[in-house]
Design a protein around this ligand. Structure first.
Ligand code: HSE
Length: 339
């Protein structure tokens, strides 16, 4: 199976590391022999190789501050041009998220699906804005379209709902959907400043390229919208839901909440109200005895309320290099692996 990787930042490198670590299990257990035939990255350079790019050498180049093009096979065009001109079986879209326009990722996904390439994306912009169009395009071109990593990184929330809870009606999904803000709130409670905690979240690869998207709640809002559209079958846009981030929560407000037996959490929620699907993102003071109060650092946790099963809760990583890279790996196995 030939892959194109679009974006070789935190997530792209995490996926490359996993592909190297898991070469034998992918072959032996899933019959998958994967070759990355193209990598496109705006800053790190773009290369192609029909015989397969040496991923270990590619990671080394980036670690040493070099460009991918030093490996040979330089590709002169844009990422979109690569999708249009290089033949592959699956495209992995991991470029930066732009929640307002969904670009350039949406154009990359459309171009790949039009060619009948399977697609997986970790990019929330296209999913929050154009999910139904993209799903239709995939169907029309008999391509598979996956997006597990767009909510809770590689923690299998979407697969859990689609596969394992198949047949249940989902009534509400509620929880902590952004790793960066939960990390910041955790560190602030320990006494760190907001600025230092945000810097750490960036260094650890949790934050978006423009971290405003995290702290103002837009990342959680994109995830709420993705859940509304993919799980609840709605056709909503991020702007349809009220959203408030954590920028107004001060260290003293956090200590004051603690003294009252409470802890601030940024809560995303999607629910049915009659025929309507509603959504919201806002910081809430959660009682320390509540299960969500114990979710610390970049961990996410979501409770799914269903008709047949009542409440089912899933807790796991919500961000991170390997954790988000893993979401693409699981989608690659779903697209091409024999199981
Ligand atoms: N910036 C996001 C977060 C990454 O902190 O949760 C995962 O979507």
């Amino acid at each position: 199976m030939r892959l194109l990787l679009l974006g070789f930042g935190t997530v792209g490198q995490g996926l490359a590391e996993l592909l190297l670590q898991k070469t034998s299990i992918l072959k032996e257990k899933y019959g998958l022999d994967l070759q990355v035939v193209g990598i496109a990255d705006m800053l790190k350079g773009s290369i192609t190789n029909t015989a397969g790019i040496d991923l270990s050498a590619a990671i080394d180049k980036i670690k040493n501050g070099k460009l991918l093009t030093e490996l040979g096979g330089a590709f002169g065009g844009s990422a979109l041009a690569m999708v249009e001109s290089v033949n592959a079986d699956m495209m992995v879209e991991m470029t930066y998220t732009d929640i307002k326009s969904g670009e350039p990722a949406t154009s990359h996904i459309r171009a790949a699906l039009k060619k009948g390439m399977h697609v997986t994306t970790t990019n929330k912009g296209p999913m929050a804005l154009f999910y139904h169009d993209l799903a239709k395009l995939a169907k029309a071109n008999k391509a598979k379209f996956f997006y597990e990593g767009t909510v809770m990184s590689g923690t299998p929330l979407l697969n859990l709902i689609r596969e394992t809870l198949a047949g249940c009606q989902v009534i509400e999904i509620k929880g902590i959907l952004n790793g960066t803000t939960n990390y910041i709130l955790t560190r602030m409670e320990e006494g760190m400043s907001y600025e230092a905690a945000l810097k750490q979240a960036q260094e650890l690869g949790y934050a978006e390229a423009v971290p405003d998207a995290d702290v103002l709640g837009w990342d959680a809002l994109a995830k709420v919208t993705i859940l509304a559209n993919t799980v609840f079958g709605a056709d909503r846009k991020p702007g349809d839901f009220p959203c408030k981030g954590i920028t107004e929560i001060t260290s003293s407000a956090i200590s004051d909440a603690r003294s009252r037996g409470k802890r601030f959490k940024l809560i995303g929620r999607v629910w049915r109200e009659g025929d309507q699907v509603k959504g919201s993102v806002n910081p809430q003071e959660v009682d320390l005895s509540h299960p969500l109060a114990g979710i610390m650092g970049a961990t996410n946790a979501v409770t799914i309320t269903t008709d047949a099963m009542g409440e089912v809760t899933i807790i796991g990583p919500g961000a991170g290099r390997i954790q988000t890279g893993y979401s693409a790996l699981v989608d690659i196995i779903a697209a091409g692996g024999a199981r």
